[in-house]
Write a protein that binds this ligand. Structure first.
Ligand SMILES: C[S@@+](CC[C@H](N)C(=O)[O-])C[C@H]1O[C@@H](n2cnc3c(N)ncnc32)[C@H](O)[C@@H]1O
Length: 223
Protein backbone atom coordinates (compact mmCIF):
# COMPACT_ATOMS: atom_id res chain seq x y z
CA UNK A 1 0.00 0.00 0.00
CA UNK A 2 2.99 2.31 0.30
CA UNK A 3 2.80 5.50 2.30
CA UNK A 4 -0.17 7.25 0.66
CA UNK A 5 -2.69 8.81 2.96
CA UNK A 6 -5.97 6.93 2.60
CA UNK A 7 -8.00 9.97 3.51
CA UNK A 8 -7.71 13.10 5.57
CA UNK A 9 -6.73 12.38 9.13
CA UNK A 10 -5.58 8.83 8.63
CA UNK A 11 -2.08 8.05 9.75
CA UNK A 12 0.67 6.83 7.46
CA UNK A 13 0.60 3.21 6.40
CA UNK A 14 3.72 1.27 7.25
CA UNK A 15 5.92 1.12 4.12
CA UNK A 16 6.68 -2.59 4.42
CA UNK A 17 3.36 -4.04 5.61
CA UNK A 18 0.81 -1.53 4.33
CA UNK A 19 -0.81 -1.49 7.78
CA UNK A 20 -1.99 1.90 8.99
CA UNK A 21 0.00 3.23 11.95
CA UNK A 22 -1.74 5.37 14.57
CA UNK A 23 -1.07 9.10 14.50
CA UNK A 24 -0.36 11.14 17.63
CA UNK A 25 -3.98 12.36 17.55
CA UNK A 26 -5.22 8.77 17.50
CA UNK A 27 -3.02 7.88 20.47
CA UNK A 28 -4.57 10.78 22.37
CA UNK A 29 -8.10 9.58 21.59
CA UNK A 30 -7.32 6.32 23.41
CA UNK A 31 -5.29 7.92 26.20
CA UNK A 32 -4.49 5.37 28.90
CA UNK A 33 -6.24 2.74 26.79
CA UNK A 34 -3.78 3.13 23.94
CA UNK A 35 -1.64 0.05 24.75
CA UNK A 36 -4.79 -2.12 24.79
CA UNK A 37 -5.98 -0.58 21.51
CA UNK A 38 -2.59 -1.20 19.97
CA UNK A 39 -2.60 -4.83 21.12
CA UNK A 40 -6.10 -5.28 19.68
CA UNK A 41 -4.90 -3.79 16.37
CA UNK A 42 -1.94 -6.17 16.37
CA UNK A 43 -4.25 -9.14 16.90
CA UNK A 44 -6.41 -7.99 13.99
CA UNK A 45 -3.37 -7.60 11.75
CA UNK A 46 -2.09 -11.05 12.71
CA UNK A 47 -5.37 -12.98 12.58
CA UNK A 48 -8.17 -10.78 11.26
CA UNK A 49 -7.97 -11.87 7.65
CA UNK A 50 -7.27 -15.51 8.46
CA UNK A 51 -10.28 -15.69 10.77
CA UNK A 52 -12.56 -13.96 8.26
CA UNK A 53 -13.01 -10.79 10.30
CA UNK A 54 -11.45 -8.14 8.06
CA UNK A 55 -10.60 -7.99 4.39
CA UNK A 56 -7.04 -7.10 3.30
CA UNK A 57 -8.29 -3.70 2.10
CA UNK A 58 -9.05 -2.75 5.70
CA UNK A 59 -5.47 -2.90 6.96
CA UNK A 60 -4.34 0.42 5.41
CA UNK A 61 -7.24 2.09 7.23
CA UNK A 62 -7.45 -0.10 10.31
CA UNK A 63 -7.16 2.75 12.82
CA UNK A 64 -9.12 5.49 11.05
CA UNK A 65 -11.92 3.32 9.67
CA UNK A 66 -12.31 0.90 12.56
CA UNK A 67 -10.66 1.73 15.91
CA UNK A 68 -11.01 5.51 15.84
CA UNK A 69 -14.39 5.39 14.07
CA UNK A 70 -15.71 3.14 16.85
CA UNK A 71 -14.47 5.52 19.55
CA UNK A 72 -16.89 8.16 18.17
CA UNK A 73 -19.67 6.72 20.38
CA UNK A 74 -17.63 7.68 23.46
CA UNK A 75 -19.23 11.08 24.20
CA UNK A 76 -22.77 9.60 24.14
CA UNK A 77 -22.21 6.61 26.42
CA UNK A 78 -23.91 6.70 29.83
CA UNK A 79 -21.98 8.01 32.81
CA UNK A 80 -22.25 4.55 34.41
CA UNK A 81 -23.97 1.20 34.08
CA UNK A 82 -24.30 -1.33 31.29
CA UNK A 83 -23.82 -1.22 27.53
CA UNK A 84 -24.70 -3.93 25.03
CA UNK A 85 -22.98 -3.98 21.65
CA UNK A 86 -25.13 -5.86 19.16
CA UNK A 87 -23.39 -7.70 16.31
CA UNK A 88 -19.88 -7.01 17.59
CA UNK A 89 -18.19 -9.07 14.86
CA UNK A 90 -14.47 -8.34 15.03
CA UNK A 91 -15.12 -6.20 18.13
CA UNK A 92 -16.43 -2.88 16.80
CA UNK A 93 -17.42 -0.86 18.63
CA UNK A 94 -17.77 -3.16 21.70
CA UNK A 95 -14.09 -3.87 22.35
CA UNK A 96 -13.25 -0.21 21.80
CA UNK A 97 -15.90 0.82 24.35
CA UNK A 98 -14.43 -1.62 26.87
CA UNK A 99 -11.03 -0.02 26.27
CA UNK A 100 -12.05 3.64 26.52
CA UNK A 101 -14.63 3.13 29.30
CA UNK A 102 -13.34 0.43 31.67
CA UNK A 103 -15.90 1.65 34.22
CA UNK A 104 -18.85 0.39 32.14
CA UNK A 105 -20.11 -3.21 32.07
CA UNK A 106 -19.98 -4.18 28.40
CA UNK A 107 -21.95 -7.08 26.87
CA UNK A 108 -20.97 -8.22 23.39
CA UNK A 109 -23.92 -9.83 21.62
CA UNK A 110 -22.91 -11.81 18.58
CA UNK A 111 -24.65 -14.66 16.86
CA UNK A 112 -21.83 -16.24 14.84
CA UNK A 113 -19.80 -18.87 16.71
CA UNK A 114 -16.52 -18.14 14.94
CA UNK A 115 -16.78 -14.45 15.86
CA UNK A 116 -17.71 -15.30 19.45
CA UNK A 117 -14.53 -17.41 19.64
CA UNK A 118 -12.50 -14.46 18.36
CA UNK A 119 -14.10 -12.06 20.85
CA UNK A 120 -13.32 -14.50 23.68
CA UNK A 121 -9.67 -14.59 22.61
CA UNK A 122 -9.53 -10.78 22.56
CA UNK A 123 -11.16 -10.49 26.00
CA UNK A 124 -8.68 -13.00 27.43
CA UNK A 125 -5.65 -11.41 25.78
CA UNK A 126 -6.56 -7.88 26.88
CA UNK A 127 -7.48 -9.09 30.38
CA UNK A 128 -10.86 -7.34 30.51
CA UNK A 129 -12.93 -7.94 33.62
CA UNK A 130 -15.80 -5.71 32.48
CA UNK A 131 -16.82 -7.64 29.34
CA UNK A 132 -19.31 -10.48 28.93
CA UNK A 133 -19.86 -12.26 25.64
CA UNK A 134 -23.28 -13.63 24.72
CA UNK A 135 -23.65 -15.92 21.77
CA UNK A 136 -27.17 -14.85 20.84
CA UNK A 137 -29.25 -12.94 18.38
CA UNK A 138 -30.29 -9.51 19.61
CA UNK A 139 -33.95 -10.50 19.38
CA UNK A 140 -33.39 -13.31 21.93
CA UNK A 141 -31.90 -11.03 24.60
CA UNK A 142 -34.16 -10.43 27.60
CA UNK A 143 -31.83 -8.12 29.54
CA UNK A 144 -32.21 -4.31 29.56
CA UNK A 145 -29.24 -1.93 29.32
CA UNK A 146 -28.29 1.72 29.87
CA UNK A 147 -27.17 1.93 26.22
CA UNK A 148 -27.08 -0.29 23.15
CA UNK A 149 -24.53 0.22 20.38
CA UNK A 150 -24.26 -1.18 16.87
CA UNK A 151 -22.21 -0.67 13.74
CA UNK A 152 -22.88 -2.21 10.32
CA UNK A 153 -25.50 -4.66 11.60
CA UNK A 154 -28.75 -3.52 9.96
CA UNK A 155 -30.45 -0.43 8.63
CA UNK A 156 -31.76 1.91 11.32
CA UNK A 157 -35.40 0.78 11.14
CA UNK A 158 -34.47 -2.86 11.59
CA UNK A 159 -31.92 -2.02 14.26
CA UNK A 160 -34.53 -0.12 16.25
CA UNK A 161 -36.95 -3.06 16.06
CA UNK A 162 -34.17 -5.41 17.24
CA UNK A 163 -32.85 -3.28 20.07
CA UNK A 164 -35.78 -1.22 21.45
CA UNK A 165 -36.75 -4.05 23.87
CA UNK A 166 -33.20 -3.88 25.29
CA UNK A 167 -33.42 -0.19 26.28
CA UNK A 168 -34.22 0.80 29.86
CA UNK A 169 -36.20 4.02 30.36
CA UNK A 170 -33.79 6.85 29.51
CA UNK A 171 -31.40 4.52 27.63
CA UNK A 172 -30.30 5.15 24.04
CA UNK A 173 -29.51 3.16 20.95
CA UNK A 174 -26.24 4.58 19.56
CA UNK A 175 -25.80 3.51 15.96
CA UNK A 176 -22.60 4.30 14.08
CA UNK A 177 -23.68 5.23 10.59
CA UNK A 178 -22.06 6.50 7.43
CA UNK A 179 -23.22 8.89 4.75
CA UNK A 180 -26.71 7.35 4.66
CA UNK A 181 -27.51 8.34 8.26
CA UNK A 182 -29.94 11.11 7.27
CA UNK A 183 -31.88 8.86 4.86
CA UNK A 184 -32.05 6.07 7.43
CA UNK A 185 -33.35 8.46 10.08
CA UNK A 186 -36.05 9.70 7.70
CA UNK A 187 -37.05 6.11 6.87
CA UNK A 188 -37.14 5.14 10.56
CA UNK A 189 -39.58 7.86 11.67
CA UNK A 190 -42.56 5.51 11.62
CA UNK A 191 -40.91 2.74 13.64
CA UNK A 192 -39.52 5.26 16.15
CA UNK A 193 -43.03 6.59 16.73
CA UNK A 194 -44.57 3.12 16.84
CA UNK A 195 -42.06 1.99 19.48
CA UNK A 196 -42.72 5.18 21.49
CA UNK A 197 -39.09 6.35 21.31
CA UNK A 198 -37.88 9.95 21.13
CA UNK A 199 -37.03 11.42 17.70
CA UNK A 200 -33.57 10.41 16.43
CA UNK A 201 -30.67 12.82 16.82
CA UNK A 202 -27.69 12.68 14.45
CA UNK A 203 -24.39 13.63 16.08
CA UNK A 204 -21.56 14.47 13.71
CA UNK A 205 -18.29 13.60 15.42
CA UNK A 206 -14.94 14.74 14.12
CA UNK A 207 -12.69 11.80 14.90
CA UNK A 208 -9.10 12.21 13.65
CA UNK A 209 -8.01 14.77 11.09
CA UNK A 210 -11.06 15.81 9.07
CA UNK A 211 -12.88 12.48 9.33
CA UNK A 212 -16.51 12.81 10.37
CA UNK A 213 -18.54 9.94 11.81
CA UNK A 214 -22.27 10.05 12.35
CA UNK A 215 -23.69 8.63 15.56
CA UNK A 216 -27.46 8.24 15.47
CA UNK A 217 -29.02 8.38 18.93
CA UNK A 218 -32.53 7.07 19.58
CA UNK A 219 -33.61 7.34 23.19
CA UNK A 220 -36.38 5.69 25.18
CA UNK A 221 -38.19 8.34 27.25
CA UNK A 222 -37.35 8.30 30.94
CA UNK A 223 -40.95 7.60 31.92
C1 LIG B 1 -21.10 -6.65 9.07
S1 LIG B 1 -20.74 -7.33 10.64
C2 LIG B 1 -20.26 -5.88 11.54
C3 LIG B 1 -19.44 -6.25 12.74
C4 LIG B 1 -18.98 -5.06 13.60
N1 LIG B 1 -20.09 -4.44 14.29
C5 LIG B 1 -18.22 -4.04 12.79
O1 LIG B 1 -18.69 -2.92 12.64
O2 LIG B 1 -17.12 -4.39 12.29
C6 LIG B 1 -22.35 -7.70 11.34
C7 LIG B 1 -22.24 -8.61 12.53
O3 LIG B 1 -23.51 -8.64 13.18
C8 LIG B 1 -23.84 -9.98 13.52
N2 LIG B 1 -25.30 -10.01 13.56
C9 LIG B 1 -26.16 -9.81 12.55
N3 LIG B 1 -27.44 -9.85 12.97
C10 LIG B 1 -27.39 -10.08 14.32
C11 LIG B 1 -28.38 -10.22 15.34
N4 LIG B 1 -29.67 -10.15 15.05
N5 LIG B 1 -27.98 -10.43 16.60
C12 LIG B 1 -26.65 -10.50 16.90
N6 LIG B 1 -25.66 -10.39 15.97
C13 LIG B 1 -26.03 -10.18 14.70
C14 LIG B 1 -23.19 -10.81 12.42
O4 LIG B 1 -22.94 -12.13 12.82
C15 LIG B 1 -21.89 -10.04 12.18
O5 LIG B 1 -20.85 -10.47 13.01
Amino acid sequence: MGSDREDAGSALADQATGVEQPSEEMREIFGLGFPAAERFAQMLVAEGELRGLLGPRELPRLWSRHLVNSAAVGPFLPSRGTVADVGSGAGFPGIIIAIIRPDLEVSLIETMERRVAWLSDVVEELGFDNVTIHRARAEEVKEKYDAVTARAVANLSKLIRLTAPMLRPGASLLALKGAKADDEVRDAKYVIKKMKLLPAVIHEVVTAGDDVTKVVQVQRPRR
